[in-house]
Ligand binder design. Structure first.
Ligand code: ADP
Ligand code: GLC
Length: 482
């Protein structure tokens, strides 16, 4: 039995701010249970839903030294959907009202977490052959393993994979502070190791010191090797050579299932698409939009940041609303400027635009089920799960051709009646408007072709089955490496 430990700062169902939680909380369930024992370790945040906090079983506690600091480590455990989750408890670090806060706090908090993960291993009766790390918050795990812990027999054979879910967030902080937290010597903070543009960079450390780097789609794996997509680390990514691998994310088909979804009022499948329309009419009523089934409803469910393309939405929205029979429904939270912008459009176009500023899984499912199209005009996108979720509900994606959006959405070809969505190449409001206009035209005037796209979307296989196999292959390659 091969033992793998996923280290992460978030995982469903316990704590989620974005797609990272969906991926880490679902992927471990899809490995071949005869050969892989996959477990997850994450912080025990105070802000986790109380119903989850109550169910955790206390295992033991001890203290670790983070350079001159001595810190408490509590270890809790839970079983969920056949997977063992371990939790690291420390009220000083994990008591905030959300998982992430100011960077200077987060750098220390996740360095503590990374060291604690390694130090609990001898005591939990589970010594992984591979630690599968995720994003900069776990970047110090490979670094510590090959420095502080490298002479310890227990840790000698542990291999690491470092998965980048978003290269934009790197955990960069001044070297002096990171050295003070970690107690690591000067030679770890050089340009071939953790140093980057004069700072200590935890994501770079994780990438350099791990055996393999993966990212969440093949196209993003290429994007991050270019100056445009590399966020300053394209050289580091290029240098990984064939030790940088892109594996596209999957989806938990039990959670996103239009036929059995408990969050939606009218369940449906490819043979009962007329039920989908009832979800739209109901949502229009609930959101105070014009109740017309002909209106082309476009949904956006997203963190409201510049990554997700709100600038070009801003530029194009007036013209689209004034020239088409269209409605926009937005669900999300994030930067105030975008929240305010969407409130403004809601006020300006009552009955046509709804801005639901908030975070709600069940409303997200209602949006996926009700809308005709799903807009995701990202500036960059490592993979993107929302467009895949939308497709599961026959909601046709309109996306920019970047990263994982390229790998998951095939452009509609009206001559051959092929494709799963509408795409545009450049980050331009004009191209966005053209793509939305084209989609609206097909929706209103070529109903049979639109229906075919919906059916292709719903029948496309985005389950974890094939991507989990790719990870298994990588694990096997790593396990044979001595
Ligand atoms: P990212 O991780 O960059 O935010 P993804 O598309 O990979 O983008 O994943 C986003 C996840 O968060 C999806 O599960 C999406 O449905 C969910 N999500 C984003 N905003 C909200 C919201 N306001 N309410 C509910 N779910 C949301
Ligand atoms: C990040 C990316 C998103 C990806 C998710 C899960 O949040 O922004 O594109 O789908 O991680 O890997």
């Amino acid at each position: 039995m091969n033992k793998i430990l996923f280290a992460t700062s978030e995982a469903v169902p316990y704590i989620k701010t974005g797609g990272l939680a969906d991926v880490v909380g679902s992927l471990p369930r899809f490995f071949d249970k005869k050969h892989y024992d996959v477990r997850i370790i994450l912080p025990k945040y105070r802000c986790m839903d109380e119903k989850f906090n109550q169910d955790l079983e206390f295992m033991f506690n001890f203290y670790i030294d983070l350079n001159w600091r001595t810190q408490y480590v509590g270890v809790f455990k839970a079983e969920y959907s056949g997977i063992t989750y371990y939790f690291i408890d420390n009220e000083y670090y994990f008591n905030g009202d959300k998982p992430y806060n100011m960077l200077h706090e987060d750098v220390e908090k996740f360095t503590f977490f990374s060291q604690a993960v390694l130090e609990v291993l001898p005591h939990i009766g589970f010594c992984p052959e591979i630690i599968h790390c995720n994003d900069w918050q776990t970047g110090m795990i490979p670094v510590f393993l090959r420095t502080k812990f490298s002479n310890d027999e227990f840790y000698k054979n542990i291999k690491t994979i470092f998965t980048i879910h978003n290269l934009k967030f790197q955990g960069r902080y001044d070297i002096e502070t990171v050295q003070d937290i970690t107690g690591l010597p000067d030679d770890v903070f050089t340009d071939t190791k953790m140093e980057s543009y004069g700072k200590a960079n935890l994501l770079k450390g994780g990438s350099v010191y791990s055996n393999y780097v993966t990212t969440v789609s093949p196209t993003y794996a290429k994007d991050i090797c270019t100056p445009e997509g590399g966020v300053g680390l394209d050289g580091v990514m290029l240098a990984k050579g064939d030790h940088l691998v892109g594996i596209v994310n999957g989806l938990d088909y039990n959670v996103y299932n239009s036929k059995e979804d408990k969050s939606i009022n009218y369940t449906f499948d490819v043979d009962s698409l007329e039920e989908k329309v009832k979800n739209k009419l109901l949502l229009q009523r609930q959101l105070g939009l014009e109740e017309r089934k002909e209106a082309f409803m476009v949904a956006v469910v997203s963190r409201m940041t510049d990554q997700k393309g709100f600038d070009i939405i801003d530029y194009g929205l007036d013209e689209l609303i004034n020239s088409l029979d269209i409605q926009f429904v937005f669900l999300g939270t994030g930067e105030k400027r975008y929240e305010d912008m969407l409130r403004y459009y809601q006020g300006k176009y009552p009955g046509k635009v709804c801005a639901y500023i908030g975070y709600s899984e069940s409303i997200a499912h209602k949006f996926f089920a009700a809308a005709d199209a799903f807009l995701m005009p990202s500036l960059f996108e490592p993979c993107g799960l929302s467009q895949i979720m939308a497709m599961r509900y026959g909601t046709v994606p309109i996306v920019r051709e970047t990263g994982g959006l390229v790998d998951t959405v095939e452009p509609f070809n009206e001559y051959e009646n092929k494709g799963t969505g509408f795409t545009f190449a450049n980050y331009s409001p004009f191209e966005l408007m053209d793509a939305v206009r084209y989609a609206e035209e097909v929706y209103h005037n070529r109903k049979e072709q639109w229906k075919d796209i919906m059916i292709r979307d719903m029948e496309k296989d985005f389950s974890w089955t094939s991507s989990a196999k790719e990870y298994e292959k990588l694990y096997n390659r790593l396990l044979n490496l001595y």
